[in-house]
Design a protein around this ligand. Structure first.
Ligand SMILES: [Cu+2]
Length: 469
């Protein structure tokens, strides 16, 4: 008690002193300091990207949030309001899209649609009510073929009120870099061959683990959060030395847990796994990436001991998020989306800048992908939905390339051939020539993008938008 009293007295004295000195200016500034939102600064930086095993390479110049890659991990609790003051110290305007979060429209970070791009030296305050727990990410949504390729992204984790019990919670960011021999990002961002084919493919695929754990123990339980942040590359990965389930996709808890041997992530897709270490002491847990017919090791974690004699038992389901799942499509309105374009005969013609152009003209414009015959963002929305209306979009991919279709503002569900609904997703990877249908309740008012998250395709025309009134 004596100590506490002493402390109080000191505090009182100090307050008195300050009040006497500069009371008028101090009071408001103290008030601001207590509530000032944290800064998220976009700026150039240098990182050690290529690990020592590949040889002695210099650091890579990147653009990153906080000057690093990935940007700072943002972690908050479900129900909180997340605030970040974006400060732009890049040589280009920028913005932040909070991928997968159901945010108010003005916070969606799409320049020209929900806000102006933040100029060099400018700032923008993002305020995000966190409705849903799960694994999300944030990234630049301005000149994103360049800005995301240079490193402007980070992971955003919203913790459940009662997260499942695990021994390690590890985020695995899968990235794809196109680097020169001196380990620098090549600046061929608008290369037409990339834009008309499968996009900008890198030559250095990397898995960034956070925290960077190097050892685990047998029968330890791990939560692994995969995020594919690559601009264009589809990542097919598998794990050796663990057994478990996928418990969430694109942030949203699964009702039916999944156990695929190989996990395929289109750009922007995510999954949460809960797994137990099965590898014996002295062995390793391995993350393998599959490319065509070969696989190679991306990351390896040593098993250094035995945590328990047996695994923990069944993997639990995550608690659900407060989002409505579809029950039926009786009153749904259907608006088809026909996807055309790209190299190898996918493009017949396309409406661009108000007139229909031939493939040759469009290639000259650097615009080569169409939705319903239009290249780039059309003036009118694909759909104007009443709030609460159920919308279904059958999407027909009439191109010879896969596309990762991303809807802003809400999650959707796939309408499966048997009439049931797939898991809640914000991005769906469509194979070449494939037809898939998505449906959702349009309950978030505003203007929302629907686009290919292969950022080269997006830049070359694959985007449209929806209005929810
Ligand atoms: Cu695409």
């Amino acid at each position: 008690m004596e100590f506490a009293k002493k402390g109080m007295r000191v505090e009182l004295n100090r307050r008195k002193f300050m009040a006497g000195a500069t009371a008028m200016s101090l009071v408001p500034s103290v008030g601001r300091a207590a509530t000032a939102p944290p800064t998220l600064e976009a700026k150039p930086g240098r990182v050690r990207l290529i690990t020592a095993e590949f040889g002695d390479y210099p650091e890579t110049e990147i653009w990153g949030f906080g000057g690093g890659v990935p940007g700072p991990m943002i972690r908050a609790r479900q129900g909180d309001v997340l605030q970040r003051r974006l400060v732009n110290n890049l040589p280009q305007p920028t913005s932040v899209h909070w991928h997968g979060l159901r945010v108010p429209n003005a916070m969606d970070g799409v320049p020209g649609m929900t806000q102006d791009a933040v100029a060099q030296g400018g700032e923008f305050l993002y305020e995000l009510p966190l409705k849903d727990a799960g694994t999300y990410w944030y990234h630049s949504h301005n000149q994103s073929t360049e800005q995301v390729a240079r490193g402007l992204y980070g992971v955003l984790i919203v913790d459940e009120e009662q997260p499942p019990e695990v021994d390690h919670d590890v985020t695995i960011v899968l990235d794809d870099w196109r680097l020169s021999k001196k380990a620098q990002i090549t600046d061929d961002f608008g290369a037409m061959h990339d834009w008309t084919h499968a996009g900008r493919m890198g030559n250095y695929i990397h898995a960034h683990l956070a925290p960077q754990i190097s050892t685990v123990e047998q029968n330890q339980r791990l939560r692994l959060r995969f995020v594919n942040v690559a601009t264009d590359r589809i990542m097919s990965v598998s794990l050796n030395g663990v057994a478990g389930k996928i418990v969430a996709r694109d942030g949203m808890p699964l009702e039916t847990l999944e156990t695929p041997e190989v996990m395929v992530f289109g750009p922007a897709e995510r999954a949460d796994l809960i797994v137990d270490v099965t590898a014996a002491v002295g062995e390793t847990v391995q993350l393998v990436i599959h490319e065509r017919d070969t696989g190679y090791l991306l990351e390896e974690i040593e098993v250094t001991g035995q945590h328990a004699k047996t695994p923990r038992g069944p993997v639990p389901r995550l608690p659900g998020n407060p989002i409505e799942r579809l029950t039926d499509l009786k009153a749904a309105r259907s608006v088809p989306l026909n996807m055309e374009g790209g190299a190898m005969g996918g493009l017949r013609q396309g409406k661009y800048k108000g007139r229909v152009m031939s493939p040759q003209e469009l290639v000259r414009e650097g615009q080569i992908w169409t939705f319903n015959g239009e290249v780039g963002l059309p003036e009118a929305p694909l759909i104007t939905a009443q709030r609460g209306e159920t919308i279904r979009i059958p999407m027909q991919n009439n191109t010879v390339f896969p596309h990762a279709m991303h809807l802003h503002g809400t999650h959707f569900q796939e309408v499966l051939p048997d009439g049931t609904f797939g898991p809640l997703k914000d991005t769906i990877l469509m194979d070449a020539r494939e037809t898939r249908e998505i449906a959702f309740v349009a309950d978030n008012p505003g203007d929302w993008l629907l686009h290919c998250h292969m950022l080269s395709h997006q830049a070359a025309g694959m985007k449209t938008w929806l209005r929810v009134t």
